[in-house]
Design a binder for this molecule. Structure first.
Ligand code: UD1
Length: 337
């Protein structure tokens, strides 16, 4: 049985991936510093799967703790999610982002190298395409960092590629996610933002449950079919499945591989609002306001490479994403206890 280390294993995408790994009979150790998450999701994962992931509260900046972990456990591969992810906060506190995300990853890679564990799947983001000129976006499209958060993702991509160039025993998979939303269909695990959500779907679910009054739609004058900005929303369970496929692929296709993980389908903000209303039979009050600084008009993926090379495709549509996000919100009105 292969043993996988999942950094950031209590987070939104991390916890859904831990669940999928356990379902597919991997042994899992999750680490997290719990700065932005709780232990509860792993308890829920155990409840759903009947299997338990080991957990250690470890900060990637604590290299001694990482060293001890790798000295006491034989891991086959690492899936690396741990990192800060709020764009606005990264602009206000760039050093916090460079230290946590970049230094944390350097520590992780150093310890992995020392232990001879050289298989890594990295949680990158479509943010590395900056403000894309053309969609659908292919993996070879131009890269650009437009804020410190984006720069940390891009820098880590370069670090991992350079590691491979220096030592071809490394196998690296860089997964560029588009917009992960939804929740496990059980409603036991889902997205638990701190405070007022920045992202669209959790904002909508909090309006639906009455915690927030109305949705502000940022911009109604984009060059799109209804004037609102277009994104590629992907169900978090499809995304988790993509990680398992990328992990399996490290063995068959050594070296560095880069994949877009999205649905390949663009939806506008209004498309999402309408889909949410239809799927859940309720109304979302909204108001169209000015554009949010730094937002691209249109951003969706070409996912041919992941479809072909990873033998992966998404199975859940926007309706499923809206239904599952709402189910999670209703079952957990205040998030995890
Ligand atoms: C955002 C980040 C991106 C990050 C991703 C992670 C920014 C500028 N980008 O992507 O770097 O990788 O989250 O999940 O923060 N919207 C509204 N009203 C709201 C919230 C959002 O209209 O209250 C709109 C946005 O303008 C955008 C779309 O909904 O057009 C999606 O927004 P969001 O969920 O924040 O994701 P991104 O901005 O695409």
């Amino acid at each position: 049985m292969k043993h996988i280390l999942v950094t950031g294993g209590t987070g939104f995408i991390g916890s859904h991936t831990v669940l999928e790994l356990l379902n597919q009979n991997y042994r899992v150790t999750a680490i997290d510093n719990l700065s932005n998450s709780k232990l509860e999701p792993l308890k829920r994962v155990e409840k759903i799967s009947g299997k338990r992931a080991q957990f250690r509260k470890i900060d990637l900046l604590d290299i001694k703790a990482l060293d001890d972990l790798f000295a006491s456990t034989n891991f086959d591969s690492v899936i690396h999610f741990a990192g800060l992810k709020a764009v606005g906060e990264s602009v206000e506190h760039p050093l916090r982002y460079y230290k946590n995300n970049i230094s944390g990853t350097v520590n992780l890679c150093e310890v992995m190298s020392k232990a001879g564990v050289k298989n890594i799947v990295f949680s990158s983001s479509a943010t590395v395409y900056g403000d894309p000129e053309i969609s659908p976006i292919i993996e070879e499209s131009p890269l650009q960092a437009v804020n410190p958060y984006g720069r940390t993702k891009l820098t880590i991509e370069y670090i991992l590629q350079e590691l491979y160039h220096a030592d071809d025993a490394w196998n690296v998979s860089l997964l560029r996610y588009f917009n992960p939303v939804g929740a496990h269909e059980s409603g036991e695990i889902g997205e638990d933002p701190n405070g007022i959500p920045n992202n669209l779907m959790p904002y909508i679910t909090q309006v639906a449950i009455g915690k927030l009054q109305e949705l502000s739609i940022f911009g109604g004058d984009y060059p799109t079919h209804d004037g609102t900005a277009i994104r590629d929303y992907i169900h978090v369970c499809d995304l988790a499945d993509g990680h398992i496929k990328a992990l399996e692929n490290l063995d068959n296709n050594p070296g560095v591989a880069i994949y877009n993980l999205g649905t390949g389908k663009g939806s506008s903000v209004l498309d999402v609002v309408k889909a949410f209303e239809k799927a859940n039979k309720l109304k979302i009050p909204y108001n169209i306001t000015t554009r949010r600084e730094g937002d691209a008009a249109i951003c969706y993926a070409n996912v041919t490479k992941a479809n072909n090379n990873l033998n992966w495709k998404t199975n859940r549509n926007l309706e499923n994403m809206c239904r599952d996000a709402w189910n999670w919100q209703q079952k957990n009105p205040d998030g995890y206890p």
